[in-house]
Design a binder for this molecule. Structure first.
Ligand code: PGA
Length: 259
């Protein structure tokens, strides 16, 4: 349930999926977002692979759907083969970048300190950082979910975070791509803890920061899993690859705002 006064964000993470022909999906999203009026109620963002950012920015054209990236290097430039600087993402029209996604933490060994540095780099380039946190199944079963998430926040979110330059995404690792979701009580508990943590640290900026839930959000479960307090939208993986599924989730969030 988006917090009163906070404009929700429905963000899609395409991961390592998409070729130029996938612009069909962006075109369909633009058309439907305009027709269905969802952008009056919320922000939509698509994070395609880096190869498609420039094309996606051109494809959304005048529709105010934001385009973002899935990761960035902390530095502006330099001898870092294969990496992409935040300034490069900004240069091709990205406005957001995901930092600390659990797949980056797992596949590339990214630590809280790395995520922190990437987020600082994102801000330097004028990008909003979507900082991801979330516990593993073992951590949840050990009763440590809140502690893990609050610890990741402390390490991953840099000093100076504001409601404008930072979004937090709670994504339990065991719910990503599995079809499993936490109970609404569990989501409510974690989101309350995240709100408390960012409000304690950043004051009014933390109160106004957008907190997203991510992990197996689909059109059929969105109204339920996004219903707890302090859930200001969603970070969507698999379902963001289909324009109609992604629109279904955006429509569900609009329904929560209108309710
Ligand atoms: P999923 O992915 O929606 O496919 O579970 C979410 C994410 O990893 O951001």
């Amino acid at each position: 349930m988006p917090t009163s006064g906070i404009r929700p964000l429905v963000a899609g993470n395409w991961k390592m999926n998409g070729l130029r022909r996938s612009m069909d999906t962006i075109e369909a999203l633009s058309t439907r977002a305009n027709e269905e009026g969802v952008l009056e109620a919320l922000d939509m963002l698509v994070c395609p692979p880096a190869t498609l950012i420039s094309l996606a920015v051109k494809t959304v054209d005048t529709t105010p759907i934001h385009i973002g990236a899935q990761s960035c290097h902390p530095a502006e430039s330099g001898a870092h083969t294969g990496d992409v600087a935040p300034e490069m993402l900004r240069d091709v029209g990205a406005s957001y970048v995901i930092t600390g996604h659990s797949e980056r933490r797992a596949d590339h060994g990214e630590t809280d300190a790395d995520v922190n540095a990437q987020s600082v780099g994102a801000w330097r380039a004028g990008l909003c950082a979507i900082v991801c946190v979330g516990e593993t199944r073992e951590e949840r079963e050990a009763g440590r979910a809140v502690d893990v998430v609050v610890g990741q926040l402390a390490g991953s979110v840099p000093d100076g975070a504001t409601a404008e330059n930072t979004v937090i995404a709670y994504e339990p690792v065991w719910a990503i791509g599995t079809g499993l979701t936490p109970t609404v009580e569990d989501i409510a508990q974690i989101h309350a803890a995240i709100r408390q943590s960012v409000a304690d640290r950043f004051g009014a900026e933390g109160e106004a920061m957008r907190l997203l839930y991510g992990g197996s959000v689909k059109p059929g479960n969105a109204a339920e899993v996004l219903s707890p307090a302090h859930v200001d939208g969603a970070l969507v993986g698999g379902a963001s690859l289909s324009a109609s599924d992604f629109m279904g989730i955006a429509t569900a969030v609009k329904g929560l705002v209108d309710a």
